[in-house]
Write a protein that binds this ligand. Sequence first.
Ligand code: ADP
Ligand code: MG
Length: 394
Amino acid sequence: MSTRDLSALLAEGVKGRRVLVRSDLNVPLQDGAVADDARIRASLPTLSRLATAGARVIVVSHLGRPGGERRPELSLAPVAQALGEALGRKVAFCHDCIGPEAEAAVAGLGEGDVLLLENLRFHAGETRNDPGFARALASLADDYVNDAFGTAHRAHASTAGVVPLLARAAAGDLLASELEHLEIVRKPKRPFVCLLGGAKVSDKLAALETLAARADVLCIGGAMAYTFLRAQGHATGASLVEPDRLEAARQILAAAEGSGRRILLPVDHVVAERPAPGPSRTVREIPDGWLGVDIGPETARAYAAACAAASTLFWNGPMGIFEIEAFAVGTRAVAEAVAESPARSVVGGGDSLAAVRAAGVGDRITHLSTGGGAALDYLQGIELPGLVALGRSA
Ligand code: ADP
Ligand code: MG
């Protein structure tokens, strides 16, 4: 295996070669149809260039978390149909990603043909990076292209194990574009403003520590804000607080003290009795029995002002339980503020992207990253196994 980018692979020639492409076609499905085709569209340039150059294109992806079992509702079959329409080429589909059926489907491919194989995670060997499973996948192809940035932080068979088993390996156009755009936040122009939200401190503790140390202003929202507020001694009612992260939160706050860097926490809150549609109100101190479900209007204005003054912006994680319309106001305000800002802006994370789309502001954001966890790891300088396999280091 030796590594290059897609243009170099195409220049060397792929005509007639069987090329295994690890795409990220992990799209939301609704009633058996593709509900949002953003990831399909993002995958097209690489697939189209390979097919046009006469490769036999074998596409693999995961969909959801079937846990190593065949789960019909997580089949990629509807995605094959949508991919074919978007690509303007027929996309064949095979009901398994390894074994005799897959081998026969690959043998039937002509130059420029595209085949999508069934959900990799129907086999437990995928996420376990099982060598036998990797060999079975590798036996289908000659060369390898990784275009799945969203899973590059996982050492799975299709992102890592398979790579050294194939003759040539390349980074696809989407993967390359992600890395290029993430340089905006790896080498930020200042002021560098970060907005971090979502469910848990523990999910993103390392990212919080890194961004708190790098950002000129770090705005914290979502459920993770309440652990910080509790750490400062504020009442948090029934909000999601992680008691075993209070000390970490204290340390992050203490490290920012006197450093010239600022950490902003919510000063007002939308609270509810349950994390479900129902009565809610806006408060400055959270009453007993109530939980914070969104940042309040004053907080949203403060975060928007920070965005307006930024030269570089990074946002990951909604500011509240945005799936519920009444608790999505703060998240929408932040989405609009990121879009309004003259800063170069990067937004990453599945839920954050959904919020950006719901606000209709995607086209005013410099880069929408297809990888949440992968982007956070990459920004911290953590080696991503999928990139290491391609011979790239952080
Ligand atoms: P992303 O997918 O963009 O990385 P996360 O998955 O980390 O974002 O976080 C999104 C989740 O955080 C959403 O399901 C949202 O409901 C939840 N969340 C945000 N704020 C709160 C809150 N105050 N209480 C409970 N959950 C919250
Ligand atoms: Mg999420």
